[in-house]
Design a protein around this ligand. Structure first.
Ligand code: FCX
Length: 434
C-alpha cells in the first residue's frame, strides 16, 4: 500500500471505464481526415494515436498530464529549495496523472534504488564493446540483454491472463528505469573515461546517483542539471519516433525491454534524439572554423548559410508539430541564465537563437524556424565538463524511458490492440480516384 503500483492498481478500473465511455460516446466520430499527402508525408497532421501522458500544443508546447513546464516547477517537489523538479516525481505524475506527496516520491526512490543493480553478464557485454561502437548502439545492446530477466516475457510464456498483463509490464518498466543510469554511466565511463563507475548509493535519489556514476556528482549544480534534463526529455506525446516505436513494438506484446531497445534505435536518428549530439558537433565545428570562441552574429549567419548550401539542416531547429520556441528550450535557457550566463558557448547558443529563425524563415519552406529541446542541452552539459557529444542521446534515452514505458503499462492495462494500419500502393491510390 502507498506504492506506485498500488496507486496504479486503484486507478485502472476508473481508466478502463473512461475508455469504454469514450468509445460508446464518440467511437464513430472523425478525429481528422486522411489525405494522400498525409500518407506520403510521414502522416503529419493525422490524429491517429491515443496517448494519455502528455499533449503537445503547436503554439504552447508540451503539457505533461495537463501541466506545462512552468507549472511543473510549481507543483512538483524539488531536492534543492527553489531548484529543479525531482525526476521520481515526474515518473509518478506520468504514471498516475497525480502530483505525488514527498512520502510517495521517497517510496519510489527507495523502490527504484532496490532495483538498480545490473546482472554481471550485462556489465561484461558493455565492457567488451569496442570504444568506437556508438554509445546509442551500446545502449540498445544492453537493454536487449537485460531482456533475459523480463517478467512480462516469462509471465506470457506461463500463460498469464490478459487482464493481468499490466502488472509484469509495470515490474519490467520499473526495473528498466532503475537500471538505465548505471547502464548509461558504464557506457560513458568505458568509452570516454577510465572504465570505473562510482558505487551506487542507495540513500541518494535517482539523479544524484546518476551524476555520481557519470563522475560529476561533486557538483550540486550538475546534479540539478540532471534533474532538469531527466524531467524535460521524459515524454513528448505519442507520435514522435521513440514514443511511437515503443507503442508499435509493444503492441505485438513484445516485452518492455525489447520495445524500448527498438525505440532507442529511433532516438538514435539525427532528425530525432541524435540532434542534441549534432548540435554540439556543429557548434564546435563552427567555432573551430571561425577560429574564435565568440563568433559574431554576422559570422554565425554566414556559417548557417554555408550549412544550408551544403544541403544540411541546422540541427536543433524546426519541429514536426511545434510552431513556437520549445518550452523545453526555454527551461534550459532559464537554467543557463541562472547558473552560467557568462559561458561563451551559451552566448553562442543565444546568438544562434537571434540569427537562425530569420534565416530558416527566409527559406520559405521550413514550417517551424524556432529552436527545439536539442538546441540547448549540449551547451549546459559542456559547461560542467561533459563535452562528449556522442553520449548526449544516451541521456535523452534514460529520460525518455519514463514516458514511453509508463504509457506502455497503460496500453496493457487498457487492453489496446496490436497496431496495424492499412498501407496502399501508388497504383491502388490511383485506382481509388481515377
Ligand atoms: N534546417 C534546414 N532545413 C529544415 C530545418 C532545419 N532545421 N527544419 C526543416 N527544414 C526543411 C526540411 O528538411 C524540409 O525540406 P525539404 O522539403 O527540402 O525536404 C522543409 O524544411 C519542410 O520541413 P518541415 O515540414 O518544416 O519539418 P518536418 O516536420 O518535415 O521535420 C524536423 C521536422 C525536426 C525533422 C526538421 O525540422 C529537422 O530536420 N530539424 C533539424 C533536426 C532536429 O533538430 N531534430 C530534433 C527534433 C526534436 F526536437 C527531437 O525529436 O528531438
Amino acid at each position: 500500500a502507498g506504492s506506485l503500483k498500488a496507486r496504479i492498481s486503484e486507478l485502472i478500473p476508473q481508466k478502463q471505464a473512461e475508455l469504454k465511455d469514450l468509445k460508446v460516446k464518440y467511437g464513430s466520430k472523425k478525429l481528422s481526415e486522411m489525405t494522400v499527402d498525409m500518407a506520403i508525408g510521414g502522416m503529419r497532421g493525422a490524429n491517429a494515436l491515443l496517448w494519455d501522458l502528455s499533449l503537445l500544443d503547436p503554439e504552447e508546447g508540451i503539457r505533461f498530464r495537463g501541466y506545462s513546464i512552468p507549472e511543473l516547477y510549481e507543483v512538483l517537489p524539488s531536492a534543492v529549495k527553489g531548484g529543479e523538479p525531482i525526476p521520481e516525481a515526474m515518473i509518478w505524475l506520468l504514471m498516475t496523472g497525480e502530483v505525488p506527496t514527498e512520502a510517495q516520491v521517497n517510496s519510489l526512490t527507495e523502490d527504484l534504488n532496490s532495483r538498480a543493480a545490473l546482472p554481471e553478464f550485462v556489465e561484461r557485454i558493455l565492457d567488451n564493446c569496442p570504444r568506437d561502437l556508438h554509445p546509442m548502439s551500446q545502449l540498445s545492446i544492453a537493454v536487449n540483454a537485460l531482456q533475459r530477466d523480463s517478467i512480462f516475457a516469462k509471465a506470457y510464456h506461463d500463460g498469464v491472463h490478459k487482464k493481468d498483463y499490466w502488472e509484469p509490464t509495470f515490474e519490467d518498466t520499473l526495473n528498466l528505469i532503475a537500471k538505465l543510469p548505471l547502464v548509461a554511466s558504464k557506457i560513458y565511463r568505458n568509452v570516454f573515461k577510465d572504465g570505473k563507475v562510482a558505487p551506487f548509493d542507495p540513500k541518494l535519489d535517482y539523479a544524484h546517483n546518476f551524476s555520481n556514476m557519470l563522475g560529476y556528482g561533486s557538483s550540486e549544480e550538475f546534479t540539478e542539471l540532471m534533474r532538469l534534463y531527466l524531467v524535460l526529455h521524459a515524454d513528448h506525446e505519442g507520435g514522435n519516433v521513440s514514443a511511437h516505436t515503443t507503442r508499435l513494438v509493444g503492441s505485438a506484446l513484445s516485452d518492455p525491454y525489447t520495445s524500448f531497445a527498438a525505440a532507442m534505435g529511433g532516438l538514435a536518428g539525427p532528425l530525432h534524439g541524435l540532434a542534441n549530439q549534432e548540435v554540439l558537433r556543429w557548434i564546435v565545428h563552427m567555432v573551430e572554423h571561425l577560429k574564435t570562441k565568440n563568433p559574431s552574429k554576422e559570422q554565425i549567419a554566414q556559417f548557417c548559410h554555408e550549412t544550408l548550401a551544403h544541403g544540411n539542416v541546422i540541427p536543433g531547429y524546426g519541429h514536426a508539430v511545434l510552431r513556437k520556441t520549445d518550452p523545453r528550450y526555454v527551461a534550459q535557457r532559464n537554467f543557463a541564465l541562472k547558473h552560467l550566463s557568462h559561458d561563451p558557448l551559451f552566448q553562442t547558443v543565444s546568438n544562434l537563437y537571434e540569427v537562425v529563425p530569420k534565416i530558416l524563415t527566409e527559406l520559405g519552406k521550413v514550417k517551424n524556424p524556432w529552436p527545439n529541446v536539442d538546441a540547448h542541452s549540449g551547451c549546459l552539459l559542456c559547461h560542467y565538463g561533459l563535452t562528449e557529444a556522442d553520449f548526449y542521446t544516451v541521456m535523452f534515452g534514460v529520460s525518455r524511458s519514463f514516458g514511453v514505458l509508463s504509457q506502455l503499462v497503460w496500453d496493457r492495462a487498457l487492453g489496446l490492440p496490436i497496431e496495424r494500419p492499412k498501407s496502399m500502393t501508388m497504383e491502388s491510390i490511383r485506382k481509388m480516384f481515377d
